[in-house]
Design a protein around this ligand. Structure first.
Ligand SMILES: [Zn+2]
Length: 609
């Protein structure tokens, strides 16, 4: 459904815009130049360039810790001063030096190809546009602290389209096309734009105006239900950080930019907005005959968890942030050991706050926690890498997975969430406080700004009444197992050891779309001992006197019966191999099943305060 009034700002005539406001020191004019060629045209005016003016496009976007070289999509860069062509000398993959006459406006023009549906880059076609300034806006070195203007130009092709962004409108039309103003480059880079005929709805939480935008919604989409539930999440989180009074939420308004696609999942946090992608199937639906299926309910909970996660980042990583991120550096990797805190603790609270605001019950929450625990326990890399190391390595490991990833790395999201759980349950068991109090203390202690591990340790000690150095050393910097079982049982949740799935017992991860394709061979498992390798196709299995073609892994037991010693027939680089494989017994692998045994301590931990 197209929207008609996307901007709370007073609409003025855009035609005379240039006479109505001062031209910012740095001004970008963004045109949706060619929808079918997926090209944005950018005209950048630098009012007072240096004699040798350097410009560069970021190589990464804060929140997504991987060098993505956005400049690969930039083309046909040219520069002028008046009628004079200015020499652009390319220095490396993403920066240029311009020999300009100082003090005289310098105008750069270029095109950016945008055909990536991820939340990290830019997209343009006949249905919608989306961009981060890190993909479109060259950074003018030495002038990053100046006001940066962005004019988004409407065209005949964008009739019926609207604009949504967290950036402050300066002078825009009713649809939101026109002039926006950022205080500096960082703010510009932190405010993505969604453009198109999207659905939108508004609500208030904690007195703050929130807008939710959904592009690509199917006809069944229940917008009212989404708004109602997201409002609960936002109110819960504002209460979480500011409930005791004394501090105010850091944002004046907030925009959710969600793009619903066939099959996608992800989000990127910003200071007063977030860009999200989800599967259309995970959106809430209106009047479904027969009610909501379990699968639909699970998909919707996943979406609410994602929304909760990104919103929590408004405090935890956008304001409270690693000391190393006090100033963003856009030209190279920016390392921190603290992603276990900023991503892991955010992951702990995303689902926990869904429980606290009533969108999950205790059993639903414990089920999600169970999933996270098994995910970590099934990753041999948890015994190889600490979450502090995983944070440093995010740039080359977490964001660049391969067949060895589960053997060598651990997720600072999943294990980080379990580290948060361990701190929370330890504090609660000792009766001195909760992790909530630690988070709230950090917020004031670090003045909603950069923090270090020492700040975390100090806040923990202050709340818990003793130093937690040993726990930090073991859980954050160590590779050992976390004391999950003991802590959960102290809080009314028992752990049952169920038999593991066949793939887990074999030490394999496979895809079965086209025969049994080996994706990952886990460290120390039966498959590794037999010599199976990633990219093998597992064709069949032979027992003593017969052979069977294998099309699904779970059929293995059908063909092998009680035989433990078999031959796996494998195709590798067109060669056929026979590998001796010792099949593990069903009791050889265990997976955890959590069950609530005692409601009282579980309620004390999980239930609404
Ligand atoms: Zn996150």
């Amino acid at each position: 459904m197209p929207t008609t009034s996307p901007s709370p700002a007073p609409a003025r005539k855009a035609a005379s815009a240039d006479q109505h406001h001062d031209t910012p020191a740095i001004a970008y004019r963004v045109e949706l130049a060619d929808l079918h060629a997926h090209l944005y045209r950018v005209t950048l005016t630098v009012q007072a360039p240096q004699a040798l003016q350097r410009v560069s496009l970021p190589v990464w976007i804060p929140g997504s810790y991987m060098v993505r070289e956005f400049s690969k999509h930039l083309q046909q860069l040219e520069a002028h001063q008046g009628r004079k062509v200015v020499d652009c000398r390319q220095l490396d993959k993403n920066s240029w030096d311009l020999t300009a006459e100082p003090g005289k406006p310098l105008v750069l023009r270029y095109l950016v190809h945008a055909h990536d549906t991820s939340v990290r880059t830019a997209f343009l076609d006949a249905a919608r546009g989306f961009f981060n300034a890190t993909s479109l806006c060259l950074r003018v070195h030495g002038q990053e602290a100046q006001p940066h203007g962005l004019e988004l130009v409407a065209s005949r092709q964008t009739t019926g389209w609207s604009v949504a962004t967290g950036l402050a409108p300066q002078q825009v039309d009713a649809a939101g096309f026109g002039h926006y103003l950022a205080a500096d480059y960082d703010e510009l880079a932190d405010c993505p734009f969604e453009i198109g005929a999207y659905w939108h709805g508004d609500f208030k939480a904690g007195g703050i105006a929130h807008r939710f935008v959904v592009a690509g919604a199917p006809p069944s989409f229940d917008g009212n239900r989404l708004l109602h539930d997201v409002q609960k999440i936002c109110e819960e989180q504002i209460r979480f950080w500011h409930g005791q009074g004394g501090s105010k939420p850091p944002h004046k308004r907030y925009v959710f930019l969600l793009n619903a696609m066939d099959d996608s999942y992800g989000g990127l946090e910003h200071r007063n907005s977030t860009a999200l992608v989800c599967s259309r199937r995970d959106l809430p639906r209106r009047d479904e005959a027969g009610g909501e299926s379990a699968r639909q309910a699970e998909g919707y909970t996943t979406l609410l968890g994602l929304i909760s996660h990104e919103y929590f980042h408004t405090w935890n990583v956008k304001r409270l942030r690693p000391a190393e991120f006090a100033q963003y550096h856009y030209d190279a990797e920016q390392y921190t050991q603290l992603l276990w805190f900023f991503e892991g603790f955010t992951s702990y609270y995303d689902d926990l706050l869904l429980r606290r605001c009533g969108l999950l019950d205790n059993a639903g929450y414990v089920k999600l926690l169970n999933k996270t625990i098994n995910q970590v326990l099934q990753t041999p890399g948890r015994l190889v890498q600490s979450v502090a190391e995983a944070s440093m390595d995010a740039w080359v490991k977490y964001y660049r997975t391969d067949a060895n990833t589960p053997n060598a790395t651990v997720s600072y999201y999943a294990k980080g969430a379990l580290v948060a759980l361990c701190f929370d349950l330890t504090l609660r068991a000792e009766g001195r406080g909760t992790l909530d109090a630690v988070m709230q203390r950090l917020w004031t202690q670090c003045a909603a700004g950069p923090m270090s591990e020492a700040d975390f340790a100090a806040a923990l000690a202050a709340v818990g009444g003793r130093p937690f150095d040993a726990e930090i050393a073991a859980w954050v910097h160590g590779q050992g197992e976390l004391p999950l079982r003991e802590l959960l049982e102290r809080h009314g949740v028992v752990v049952h050891d169920d038999p593991a799935q066949l793939a887990q017992r074999l030490g394999l991860r496979v895809s079965e779309q086209n025969g049994v394709q080996v994706k990952v061979v886990l460290r120390g498992g039966a498959a590794e001992l037999a010599g199976l390798a990633a990219d093998d196709e597992w064709l069949g299995v032979e027992t003593e006197n017969e052979g069977w073609r294998l099309s699904r892994l779970d059929d293995l037991a059908l063909y092998t019966g009680r035989t433990r010693s078999v031959t796996a027939l494998v195709a590798r680089d067109k060669r056929l191999l026979r590998l001796r494989l010792e099949l593990p017994a069903p009791q050889d692998g265990k997976t955890w099943r959590l069950a609530i045994q005692n409601t009282q301590p579980v309620d004390a931990w999980l239930a609404p305060l």
